[in-house]
Write a protein that binds this ligand. Structure first.
Ligand SMILES: NC(=O)c1ccc[n+]([C@@H]2O[C@H](COP(=O)([O-])OP(=O)(O)OC[C@H]3O[C@@H](n4cnc5c(N)ncnc54)[C@H](O)[C@@H]3O)[C@@H](O)[C@H]2O)c1
Ligand SMILES: N[C@H](C(=O)O)[C@H](O)COP(=O)(O)O
Length: 331
């Protein structure tokens, strides 16, 4: 039996580049036992389209080391409709979620040590009549976790978010003292336990321009963010802020911060993806299982063309391996 980390990879939206990335992964060695959750027919069809040789082996409870010899160990999940690269079909949305459910259940049951997700298309899942805002929220719901934290790692920084996939008009109301306190506790705890940082320094952004300019440009900093930081500092957390977001990510701060907390999605991820798009990793903190993901989307415009870069998937797998190893050591 292998002692390598056993990692489930979900192939994501079948019209997107998830299948291209899985096919390319077959030719890249990784120090783990990988199990690809995907429709085997769709995988073979994408390999043929890309003109890349591919051999599939069916997963039977034990996965071999991923040798990069052109083969994949596959746990078959069948798509409902024919898959065409670049063309979304809502009939395949239940298949996309079934892959996530099976990977998550495998992690919970101890069959897998971690799950790594290829991108899904949020819009088409909603078009299928299923309310869905992202893996982060879906995995929180399906594992029964009241609050989790999205954090991306790349470009020499870690950027966590106080709110995730929300329309901007809802962001201010979502930043409550209670939610922000829980976010910071999860972030601090996972930096200690999962990233091995004994006493993490977290830089926290304000919500408004110039962190509210003493209340003249918004009062969320005065009423919500700073009071939360004061309470948590008194407990011993090292929190800097609330800082103006436009200068928070300076090179000087990058060298000092173990993580940044942005108040909303594009406040933080625009900076991180500018620095590292295609090489970054998305990790969900606060879950009872280990989950990492690519930093990019479904890239329908290049699916099936051979242009999909596998860099972010490899970084996501490597981070999952590190997290599994840290957990084993801690146990
Ligand atoms: N992890 C995820 O599931 C995830 C992450 C981000 C976006 N999405 C979803 O993906 C869909 C499309 O999002 P988008 O268009 O904003 O972003 P995108 O990342 O799919 O595409 C942005 C640009 O980057 C290029 N690109 C993306 N990944 C690439 C790769 N691996 N190699 C080469 N080029 C790559 C695309 O061709 C496109 O030009 C949306 O539904 C979005 O919600 C999902
Ligand atoms: N917010 C993520 C990003 O921009 O990369 C992305 O939408 C994926 O999020 P989930 O992991 O929650 O699907």
């Amino acid at each position: 039996m292998t002692t390598l980390p056993r990692i489930a990879i979900t192939a994501g939206e079948p019209a997107g580049i998830g299948l291209d990335i899985c096919v390319k992964l077959a030719h890249t060695a990784v120090p783990a036992a990988l199990v690809i959750l995907a429709d085997p027919h769709a995988l073979q069809a994408r390999a043929a389209q890309l003109d890349i040789p591919l051999t599939l082996h069916c997963y039977e409870e034990i996965a071999p080391p991923h040798a990069g010899d052109g083969s994949l160990c596959v746990l078959p999940v069948l798509a409902a409709a024919t898959v065409t690269a670049g063309t979304l079909d809502p009939k395949n949305s239940p298949y996309v979620l079934a892959m996530l459910d099976q990977a998550r259940e495998g992690c919970e049951a101890g069959a897998f040590d971690a799950m790594v997700t290829a991108p899904v298309h949020k819009g088409i899942i909603n078009d299928a009549g299923i309310a869905f805002t992202g893996h982060t929220e879906y995995l929180a719901d399906t594992t029964g976790t009241p609050q989790v934290v999205m954090m991306l790692v790349g470009g020499g920084m870690r950027v966590a978010l106080a709110t995730t996939h929300l329309p901007l008009t809802q962001v201010s109301n979502a930043i409550t003292r209670e939610a922000l306190t829980t976010t910071l506790r999860i972030l601090h705890q996972d930096l200690v336990q999962k990233f091995g940082i004994a006493s993490p320094v977290i830089y926290v952004a304000g919500l408004n321009p110039h962190a509210g300019e003493n209340g003249y440009l918004g009062d969320e900093e005065i009423n919500t963010i700073n009071p939360v930081l004061d309470v948590l500092r008194a407990e011993g957390m090292q929190l800097i802020g609330a800082l103006p977001a436009d200068t928070m990510f300076s090179q000087k701060n990058l060298a000092k911060a173990d993580a940044f907390l942005a108040m909303y999605h594009d406040q933080g991820l625009t900076v991180l993806k500018h620095a590292s798009f295609g090489e970054g990793v998305n990790v969900t903190l606060g879950l009872p299982i280990i989950r990492t993901s690519v930093d990019h989307g479904t890239a329908l415009d290049i699916a099936g063309s051979g242009q999909a870069d596998v860099g972010s998937m490899l970084t996501a797998i490597n981070l999952a391996i590190e997290m599994v190893q840290k957990r084993v050591t801690a146990d």
